[in-house]
Design a protein around this ligand. Sequence first.
Ligand code: ATP
Ligand code: MG
Length: 631
Amino acid sequence: MDILGKLQQHREEEKRLVWEGTFAEYLEILRERPEVAQSAHSRVYNMIKSHGIEDMNGKKKFNFFSNQIFGLEDSVERLVEEYFHPSAKRLDVRKRILLLMGPVSGGKSTIVTMLKRGLEAYSKTDEGAVYAIKGCPMHEDPLHLIPHNMRDDFHKEYGIRIEGSLSPLNMMRLEQEFDGRIEDMMVERIFFSEDKRTGIGTFSPSDPKSQDIADLTGSIDFSTIAEFGSESDPRAYRFDGELNKANRGMMEFQEMLKCDEKFLWHLLSLTQEGNFKAGRFALISADELIVAHTNEAEYKSFISNKKNEALHSRIIVMPIPYNLKVTEEEKIYEKMISDSDIGDIHIAPHALRVAAIFSVLTRLKESSKQGVDVVKKMRLYDGENVEGFNTADVEEMKKEFNDEGMSGIDPRYVINRISSAIIRKEVPAISPLDVLRSLKDGLDQHASISKEDREKYINFISVARKEYDDIAKKEVQKAFVYSYEESAKTLMDNYLDNVEAYCNKNKLRDPLTGDEMNPDEKLMRSIEEQIGISENAKKAFREEILIRISAYARKGKKFDYNSHERLREAIQKKLFADLKDVVKITTSTKTPDESQLKKVNEVIARLIDEHGYNSISANELLRYVGSLLNR
Ligand SMILES: Nc1ncnc2c1ncn2[C@@H]1O[C@H](COP(=O)(O)OP(=O)(O)OP(=O)(O)O)[C@@H](O)[C@H]1O
Ligand SMILES: [Mg+2]
C-alpha cells in the first residue's frame, strides 16, 4: 500500500478507537473488562508482558526489550522483576522514583524511550485501553468520582480498588456542569502520546539551580483571576506541568540529581503518598511512573549529601551497566550503524567484532580466579567454551564485582571512530584494521580517559588485533578448502579410528585393500603435536578422548567435531598447517601463474559469496593474510 493509502487507514483506525460516554456507561465497560482500570505501573508491566516472556535457563527474557537492547538480560530482568512487577501488584515500590544508573551511552535513554513508545502503542490496544474524565487536563481516572465511603462497596461489586481523590477542578465541574450527578459526568478514551502531552511527559530542568516548580505542577493563570475572582479557583489554574500531563502514564525526569535539593523536596509527598501539591489546592493524586537516569559519580555525590537522605530512601536504583558480551556488542553497533547515514558503506566482516572485543575488554575487571585473564573472561562471558571452566565459574565471576561494566569504552565512541574512519578513507569499504587504527587514534582526543587507562587500552587494541589475525588466517584458509567442515570431519574420523585401535590394541582395516594394518602413528602424532602433546602424554590424551566419546554415547549425544575443544583446535591447526604453504605462495606472489591466479579468484569468489566480503575487502584480506604468513 502506498503512503497515502496508509494514512487513510491510520485515520480510520484512530476513528474506530474513539469512545466517549457517561460515567454510567463507563461502568458497563468495567464490568466486562475490569483491567482497563489498572494503575499506571500495572499498565507498564502488562505492556512489557504482552510482548512475551521467554525462559532462558531459568532466567526470564523479555521480548519487549530484547530486540533493541542487547546483552543486558540480567539488568533488564532485575528491572522488571524488582520494580515493574511488584509495583504492578500495588506494592509500595511503585511510589518510588525509578532511577536508572549507568555509564554514558549505556542504553538508559534507550530503555526509557522504549517504555514511552511501548505505552503509546499499548494504549491503542484493547487490553491497554485508558479512560479518563473528559476534558480533564490531567486525564483524571474516572473512578476518582466515586466517593471514598462507597469505595468498599465498589470493590465488592467490581473487584477494583480505587486510589486517589477527585481533583479540585473536576470536583468543581461535577457540581457546576453535572449538578453533582456522577453517573452523568462524561468519560473518554485517551491515547498516550508524548507529542500531544497525554500520559507521557519529559521533564528537563532548564536551570537546575533555580528551577520553578510550576514546570512540574502547573501554575496560576493570572489573566483569568479577574474572571474567576480568586487564585484558589481551580479554573484559574493551569494544570499543565509535566507531572499533570504525565498522569496515568509515565514521566521521564532528566538530570534529576542535578536539581537543587529544595526543588526535589517537592517530590517527597509524591513518592510517599502518591500525590503532589499544586497551587493553593488540596493535594492532587497522581498515578504515574517516574523514571530518572544518572551516572555513578553523580549518584555517589547525591547520596553523600546528608540533605538528600529523605529523598534517597524514596528512590529505587537500578544499575544499567555496559553490555559485556562481544557478540551482543556487535549487534549494538549494527543497530546504530543501520540507524545512521553510514548504513550503506561496506563494513568488512569482523570489523565490528574487533571493535566489540576492544570495548568489552576495556569494561572487564581482572578476576582473582586462578587461571583467568581478561581475554578468557571475555570469551566465557560471551558463552564460549574455555577448557577448565564451566557455567558455575562464569556466574561466580559475574558476582565478583558489583561495578563491572560501569566504566570503559562506550558504544557511541566506537561508532564515532568508525564514522571518522569511513570519512577519512573515502572508499566504500572499511576493514577491521581501519577500525582498530581509528579507535587507537581517537584515544588521544578522548577527554575522559586517564593516562593509565590509555596505556591499558592501547594494549587491548593489540589484543584485539591478535584476535583478528587469527580470525583472518582461519577465514582465508577456510576459503581455500572447498568444504572446510567436510575436510575437518574426515580428518577427525580418521584420527578417532586410529586412536580407538591404538587404545584397544586392535588392528585397522585398509578400506581399499581390506588388509589389516597398524594404527597410523605418524598421522596421530602430526595432529597431537599441533597442540603441544608430548610423546609421554599422548597415551593419556588418547584415552581421555575415548572416555569422552563413551560418556557422550551413554547420554545418547553425538560426539562430533565440536565436542572436544582441544581436539578441534588440533584438527583445525593440522588442516591449516597442511594448507599454509599453498596459501602463502598463492597470496603473496607478485606475479601469480595461471593456476595460482585461478585459485585466488576462486577464493575471492567464495569470500564474497559465502562470507560477506566485497571485492575490495576480500582482496585486502588476502593481502593481509599473505603478509602475516610470511612473517
Ligand atoms: N546494551 C545496549 N543495547 C542496545 N543498544 C545500546 C546498548 N547500549 C548502548 N546502546 C546504544 O548506544 C546509544 C547510546 O545509548 P543511550 O543514549 O540510550 O545511552 P544513555 O545511557 O542514555 O547515555 P547518556 O548517559 O549519555 O545519556 C544508543 O544508540 C543505544 O541504542
Ligand atoms: Mg541518555
